[in-house]
Design a protein around this ligand. Structure first.
Ligand code: PA5
Length: 433
């Protein structure tokens, strides 16, 4: 099987990388395999594309079909790992401007606490046929819980007893307020598996249902991820590109490069950057350690962040993602008078010029002292996005273990939650006077 994505870098030779990290990678891999690594209760994502039950997939597809028939607009409520994967894949694979007429509009809520956003959302959906997917693994996160309370009231007022037909909840199998509410109200439900954390859950119903509702082929997404599982199953650093990416990152960190910028030249890939930032930021940023994950959408950001990357503090390395075969292309017209002086480009397409701009940028940043990695995906489609998702999941687990942290917890996220409960005077959290 040919690799659907390739990784290249010239910062460190393969033999040196192997000398530095080969044995350690084998050791960590073996601990993940036999379930003795730290956080090993959360390794369910490793074989998920193979272990997702067929009847679960059928049920996701059926529910998606039902919501597509019922609704013109589907509000997807969730935050963090219960939001970013679905939005990333939807944005990456949807047309820029015109939605296919048969696809409902997906809008997201519960990822912010803006009253203005909610007010305008309610105005936007009014008069349209609406369905709601509410996603929270814990079932208690404040932001989505508030959004759902408001949307639930809206749905009940509008659709009365038929509202439960239009609401799907994705949460823990038995715990949390959302589970109880969903069971009592008779919503269709899906379970977030116990052994899969939020940021690793895009290939569970958490991501699959909204993505399928958006009209994207989730079987292709899973097929890509499944091939990636096979591709990155080995413990040999010299043949496992996901582990190479993890090892190079750690090597760069050891040399003082503590910021990684993910860069792409594909505008609709920008939300995927956000998913990647959460995956790496929450998995690695702990115990005073980590590589700060940042992102840029080029060429737009060449005109804002380009100066800093080229010339600012030398603590940055950059990982470029490129799709070898973009979906569509535009030609550059020739003009008779050539007043803008662009006729020299008219034998080229826009995508060809985009690729040259990528090469020019990589060369400039390399010359400016920015170590580079370059990931190329053969095509921009569901299969390759699924493949990339798994590549990064396999990479971040190895990378965090090499760094010496538990990839699967997020103790720091809890701190602000405790503060808002206290400040909002949630029963049980009020300070004694
Ligand atoms: O990756 C994670 O675990 C977090 O980002 C969660 O997904 C996020 O905090 C939302 O949590 P929940 O799904 O429990 O509402």
């Amino acid at each position: 099987m040919a690799q659907a994505i390739t990784l290249s870098q010239s910062h460190i030779s393969m033999s040196e990388l192997n000398n530095l990290y080969g044995e350690k990678v084998k050791e960590i891999h073996s601990k993940m395999e036999n379930g003795t690594s730290i956080g090993s209760d959360f390794l369910g994502w490793r074989d998920l594309p193979n272990t997702l039950p067929a009847d679960e997939l059928t049920s996701v597809l059926k529910t998606a079909e039902k919501l597509r028939k019922l609704a013109e607009v589907v509000v997807v409520i969730g935050v963090g790992g219960s939001y970013l994967g679905a939005k990333a894949v939807q944005d990456a694979l949807s047309p820029y401007f015109e939605r296919n007429v048969e696809d409902p509009e997906l809008i997201f809520a519960g990822q912010n606490l803006s009253g203005t956003y909610m007010k305008q959302l309610l105005k936007h959906i009014d008069g349209k046929e609406v369905a709601v997917i509410v996603i929270s693994k814990s079932g208690t996160t404040t932001e989505p819980a508030i959004a759902f309370r408001i949307l639930l009231e809206y749905m009940e007022n509008r659709y009365k007893e038929a509202s439960s037909e239009r609401i799907v909840a994705i949460t823990d199998k038995s715990q949390g307020a959302l589970r109880e509410l969903a069971d009592r109200s008779g919503f269709t439900t899906f379970v977030v598996p116990d052994d899969i954390g939020g940021r690793f859950s895009v290939l569970t119903p958490v991501g699959l249902l909204p993505i399928a509702v958006a009209g994207i082929d989730i079987e292709q997404l899973l097929a890509g991820a499944k091939d990636a599982v096979a591709e990155y199953a080995g413990d040999d650093l010299s043949s496992n590109a996901a582990y190479q990416y993890a090892a190079v990152r750690n090597h760069l960190l050891s040399e003082g490069y503590n910021v990684e910028i993910l860069a792409s030249f594909t505008p609709r890939f920008a939300t995927f950057h956000e998913w990647w930032k959460q995956l790496f930021g929450e998995s690695e940023g702990k115990d005073g350690k980590g590589i700060y994950p940042a992102s840029v959408a080029y060429p737009t950001d060449l005109h804002s962040m380009g100066q800093y990357v080229q010339d600012g503090r030398r603590e940055i390395f950059e990982t470029f993602i490129q799709f070898a075969q973009p979906v569509e292309d535009s030609s550059i017209p020739t003009t008779k008078d050539n007043l803008d002086g662009l006729n020299y480009l008219s034998a080229k397409t826009m995508n060809e010029i985009n690729d040259v701009t990528l090469q020019a940028t990589m060369q400039a940043h390399h010359d400016g002292g920015v170590p580079l990695m370059h990931i190329t995906a053969d095509k921009h489609d569901a299969y390759h996005i699924g493949y990339l998702i798994y590549f990064f999941e396999a990479a971040v687990a190895m990378s965090a273990y090499l760094l010496g942290v538990n990839p699967f917890d997020q103790p720091g996220v809890e701190e602000y939650k405790k503060n808002i409960f206290r400040m909002l005077e949630k029963p049980g959290f009020v300070e004694e006077k």
